[in-house]
Design a protein around this ligand. Structure first.
Ligand code: CS2
Length: 492
């Protein structure tokens, strides 16, 4: 890709492409965002861009990557750190160049020391991140000290590999330099994500130096956020869409997503923040009801459609939504099985919310792959399904859809769809593959071995016979009937 790269020629871009209407030369890196993948480009940096359009102030964003190669960042720099966002739906498209990014730092290009130093600059007020569920290195609500990367970072705080290690190294430096407080803001799909981040950072800091942990307590806030926007991974097809929108020019950092977006932020910032409310973000005292609603209804139904839909031959979420059976059963999962478990935010009508989600899923322009959402199931299932399962077991209420989802996942991770084999992406993929190869032909032993994964299935659920029996049955149902028929039979 590098050799073919040609910087964007802004002069010949079609006039339909909106450009940043603010003075980018005055932007300072006051927010640093770790993990500049598709979602961050389309959501976090887009909100800052809109904030700048409305406020004209100087809150720029430095973006940081700890993995992969710096190629994309090099190209972003050559494009003056502008990149293209196309919002698409069956109603049409709109295209803009986003301009909130003012600096890039890649560990393989700039070195970890420069990144640590940057996070310890006085102007830097907010460290935000989208590092995916596994990036937090948290197990059973504690820092996972068995994680080899965390072990590495604990022993080598000057050269951390994880985002958590990096943040602690930066906080230690801020303390050493006498530079004031900062806010660390998670933007990942995890329940009480601010609290989880604080656990990971605090427990790590306490291991390094108890005084540092005390300093962190006093000087760092960890607001929770609920983020929502459907942003499929970039494909050749989406690159072609962007190229057409740009009058034939290519932008390697472009992104294509749905028009909808929502951001609910706990207003708990130590030393100021951008005026994100100007971009439509909701600043609230308590994010938890929003987070749980979104995680269980949107992400919970996504995962249900991902495993069962993929196994039934459906490549995208829009394909699932176009099938009346999958549509109806995903709706029941949300309305009948997730709604009762939720403390729905005051002014939200959960049925209308679910219908809006299904409408978003029906966006045929997005091509959001079921296989993509199926990734990292061991990290996603607990907060999307298992807490709700616990609720239903306690209340004696029906939760067949949630259980079928688990049965779907157990079939999915075998990596076979009929004669076809596919890659299973998961941080625990080696453990999963071992279970598949050891017990894959013995249903009883296979399901038991998966249920014994204590990082995924909490002990209280596994001790509940009703739960384990229903999971065994759901596994067998999907294996015997096929996912499509198993979903159809939920209606009976
Ligand atoms: C999806 C999410 O891949 C997944 O696990 O469920 O990325 C989902 O699209 C976003 O959370 C929507 O806000």
């Amino acid at each position: 890709m590098g050799t073919e790269f040609k910087a964007l020629d802004l002069n010949t871009l079609p006039s339909s492409v909106e450009r940043p209407a603010y003075d980018r030369s005055k932007l300072k890196a006051r927010v640093a965002h770790i993990g500049f993948g598709a979602f961050a480009r389309a959501h976090i940096a887009m909100h800052l861009h809109e904030t700048l359009v409305a406020s004209g102030d100087d809150w720029g964003m430095r973006v940081i990557e700890l993995f992969g190669t710096p190629d994309l960042f090099n190209m972003l720099d050559e494009n003056q750190r502008l990149y293209t966002l196309v919002e698409t739906s069956d109603e049409g498209k709109s295209t803009r160049l986003l301009g909130a990014v003012c600096e890039t730092q890649h560990v393989a290009r700039d070195g970890i020391q420069a990144i640590i130093d940057g996070l310890a600059e006085e102007d830097l007020k907010v460290i935000s991140m989208t590092i995916t569920e596994k990036g937090y290195c948290v197990k059973n609500e504690h820092l996972d000290t068995d994680n080899p990367m965390i072990q590495h970072d604990l022993e080598n705080l000057n050269t951390p590999k994880t985002a958590i290690g990096l943040i602690v190294a930066a906080l230690a430096k801020r303390r050493e330099l006498g530079i004031g407080a900062v806010t660390v803001m998670s933007c990942d799909n995890l329940p009480h994500n601010g609290h989880l981040t604080s656990i990971a950072v605090q427990e790590f800091a306490a291991k390094v130096d108890p005084d540092l942990a005390t300093w962190v307590k006093e000087n760092v806030s960890f607001p929770s956020t609920m983020v929502d926007r459907i942003v499929p991974a970039l494909t050749d097809e989406s690159r072609d869409i962007v190229r057409a929108e740009l009058g034939g020019q290519a932008d390697p950092n472009c992104i294509v997503c749905e028009p909808f977006r929502q951001w609910v932020i706990e207003d708990n910032f130590k030393v100021g923040r951008p005026k994100w409310e100007l971009a439509g973000a909701q600043l609230v005292a308590d994010v938890e009801p929003f987070e749980e609603m979104k995680l269980r209804t949107l992400n919970g139904s996504h995962s249900f459609l991902a495993y069962l839909g993929f196994l039934a031959g459906k490549e995208t979420i829009a394909d699932c939504a176009a099938d009346p059976v999958f549509y109806a059963e995903a709706r029941k999962l949300m309305v009948d099985e997730q709604r009762p478990t939720l403390n729905v935010p005051g002014d939200v009508d959960l049925v209308a919310y679910a219908d809006m989600l299904l409408k978003r899923y029906s966006n045929s322009q997005l091509k959001h792959r079921t296989w993509q959402i199926a990734a990292d199931g061991t990290q996603k299932m607990p907060q999307r399904w298992l807490n709700s399962v616990r609720y239903h077991l306690q209340h004696g209420t029906d939760h067949r859809h949630l259980i079928l989802g688990i049965g779907g996942w157990m079939n999915y991770i075998k990596g076979k769809r009929g004669e076809e084999t596919f890659e299973v992406v998961d941080p625990m993929k080696d453990v999963l593959a071992e279970i598949v190869s050891k017990y894959g032909d013995d249903r009883e032993a296979y399901v038991n071995a998966l249920l014994a994964l204590d990082a995924v299935f909490p002990a209280d659920l596994v001790a509940n016979e009703q739960f384990t029996q229903s999971v065994h049955a759901a596994y067998a149902e999907v294996a015997d009937k096929g996912a499509g028929q198993a979903v159809a039979d939920l209606a009976n």
